[in-house]
Design a protein around this ligand. Structure first.
Ligand SMILES: [Zn+2]
Length: 73
């Protein structure tokens, strides 16, 4: 999905990134709790329509650790 971001949160992790206190590879766009409007949909995506209001979970779960298996990704 191509999402036009309408709002995002800036949290403590972003603050640490800004001050170079958290490992990252610049450039990094700050603000990772987001919501917006669907602008375009890729051919491999289903279940969405242009104009839908969406939010995203930017965390990447490993799917293998005990926390993921317990549903706490
Ligand atoms: Zn995991």
């Amino acid at each position: 999905l191509l999402v036009r971001i309408e709002a995002c949160g800036v949290c403590g992790t972003d603050r640490h990134l800004f001050h170079g206190e958290f490992p990252c590879t610049p450039p990094v766009t700050l603000g990772h709790e987001l919501s917006g409007i669907v602008e375009a949909i890729g051919t491999a995506v289903s279940g969405f329509s242009v104009g839908d209001r969406v939010t995203g979970d930017p965390n990447i779960a490993c799917g293998r650790c005990p926390h993921c298996h317990a549903g706490r990704v």
